[in-house]
Design a protein around this ligand. Structure first.
Ligand code: SF4
Length: 323
């Protein structure tokens, strides 16, 4: 059963400099215990999609102009802000790339976890303090009773990310959104953090939406992969299908261009020529056409629809034919 389902989501930012559409027609679903990875270059819309799930974009200038985000039988786009505040952290939690920007440097980590528990679950001060120590233990922080009384700067980068995961999971959310959770960490610590997330997912049965640019992390952690380009979904399939048989030229180019931390010594990288599209003035037709070695004249005028090309494998490319 899907814990999270997004159908045809459209998001716009109406700025003085013009309108930007970072999310155009994204649909996805994630089941309990499953991980969906969203991949793409900077500006592809992957983080904009993730932030939309919790409605974290400032409104205005952000406008959710279409679609629905279903979780727990409700459309999150239509809930009052008061109800969203209850859902954030309680039912759906988020882990960001840089724990130092998310943690309060002036409060002990134990106090920060306890604060989240008191806010979301109404625990007493002593109950929250005891559960905060337990949360640190769950994420593998040694001597949690002692370390709960320490400040973020007293933790290494990897340990700070464990603290962030402890805060995110303290209220046992059903859905975790992890936005580049290992990017700021060295390779060994990255692997430890992903193993920790996998172990906690198995224990608590969360659905995870993983935003990452590291295809090694995707290969090891994801069940499904959504590839985004220029704010549009361009390929969606099971992880093995994407790695073994990518259908869309952008996905193929991405696989050749992005780092693979799961390949010993790394695979040689073949950068994609050109730059991601300017979202203020995206190219017409298939947004990838200025960079696509296989582009045809019609690619400059026709937007390829994302269609199922094989069972469970959707791709948006005119080479695959139109409906
Ligand atoms: Fe390349 Fe055309 Fe397919 Fe876009 S639609 S990926 S430009 S072949």
């Amino acid at each position: 059963m899907s814990l999270l389902e997004i159908n045809d989501l459209h998001v716009e930012f109406r700025l003085d400099a013009g309108t930007v559409k970072p999310v155009n027609g994204v649909s996805l679903s994630v089941e309990a215990g499953q991980t969906l990875a969203v991949v793409g270059e900077s500006g592809s819309g992957k983080t904009a999609t993730a932030l939309s799930i919790l409605r974290l974009h400032p409104t205005p200038p952000c406008h959710y102009t279409g679609g629905e985000i279903l979780a727990g039988g409700r459309d999150l786009l239509r809930l009052p802000e008061r109800e969203m505040r209850r859902i954030r952290g309680n039912e759906i939690a988020m882990v960001f790339q840089d724990p130092m920007t998310s943690l309060n440097p002036l409060k002990t980590v134990g106090a920060q976890i306890a604060e989240s528990l008191r806010l979301h679950q109404g625990l007493s001060r002593s109950e929250a303090r005891a559960q905060a120590v337990e949360a640190l233990r769950e994420v593998g922080i040694p001597h949690p009773e002692q370390r709960a009384g320490e400040y973020p700067h007293q933790f290494s980068g990897g340990m700070r990310q464990r603290v962030m995961i402890a805060i995110a999971l303290a209220c046992r959310p059903k859905i975790l959104i992890a936005d580049e959770p290992t990017t700021a960490l060295d390779v060994t610590v990255q692997a430890q953090i992903m193993e920790l997330l996998a172990a906690l997912q198995e224990r608590f049965g969360m659905a995870i939406v993983l935003i990452t640019h590291d295809l090694g992390v995707v290969a090891r952690s994801a069940d499904q992969v959504l590839v985004m380009y220029g704010g549009r979904p361009v390929e969606l399939a099971a992880v093995d299908d994407v790695f073994d048989g990518p259908r869309m030229p952008y996905t193929k180019a991405l696989l050749r261009s992005m780092p693979r931390s799961d390949v010993p010594g790394g695979a040689p990288l073949d950068p994609i020529p050109g730059s991601p599209p300017n979202l203020f003035a995206p190219p017409g037709g298939c947004a990838f056409h200025p960079r696509c070695a296989l582009a045809m004249p019609e690619c400059a005028t026709q937007v390829p629809p994302l269609l199922e090309r094989a069972p469970g494998h959707s791709a948006a490319c005119l080479l695959e034919g139109s409906p």
